[in-house]
Design a protein around this ligand. Structure first.
Ligand SMILES: Cc1cc2nc3c(=O)[nH]c(=O)nc-3n(C[C@H](O)[C@H](O)[C@H](O)COP(=O)(O)OP(=O)(O)OC[C@H]3O[C@@H](n4cnc5c(N)ncnc54)[C@H](O)[C@@H]3O)c2cc1C
Length: 72
């Protein structure tokens, strides 16, 4: 497989970028220096712009099913 795009880091930004490129038909490879997933953190805080991006990536519907909306 030929990869034209190299993404360094498999955090949320690296993986979202890889998914966005994939949706556009562009191949990429993600390099991660850690050999384990980080599992600390209590929740993922997401503002409206973030939901807009998740909608574009096609993964917001499933996430909304378990999301809690904060009104203030
Ligand atoms: C302890 C902790 C708890 C947190 N809890 C929350 C929370 O509950 N809710 C929330 O919304 N946010 C939380 N955050 C913030 C959130 O983790 C960050 O905003 C988010 O992870 C940033 O994503 P990122 O992809 O930019 O970077 P990162 O998640 O840091 O990912 C970068 C990745 O790149 C890799 N990398 C770096 N350099 C190289 C290299 N040279 N070669 C290969 N790989 C490399 C790293 O190993 C890492 O996996 C927390 C942060 C920390 C530190």
């Amino acid at each position: 497989m030929e990869n034209d795009i190299l993404i360094v880091g498999a955090g949320i930004c690296g993986l979202a970028t890889a998914l966005a490129l994939h949706r556009k038909g562009l191949k990429s490879i993600v390099l991660e220096r850690s050999n384990a997933l980080r599992s600390d953190g209590g929740a993922l805080s997401m503002y409206n712009n973030g939901w807009h991006v998740l909608d574009q990536l096609g993964i917001a519907t499933e996430l909304r099913e378990n999301a809690v909306r904060l009104e203030s």
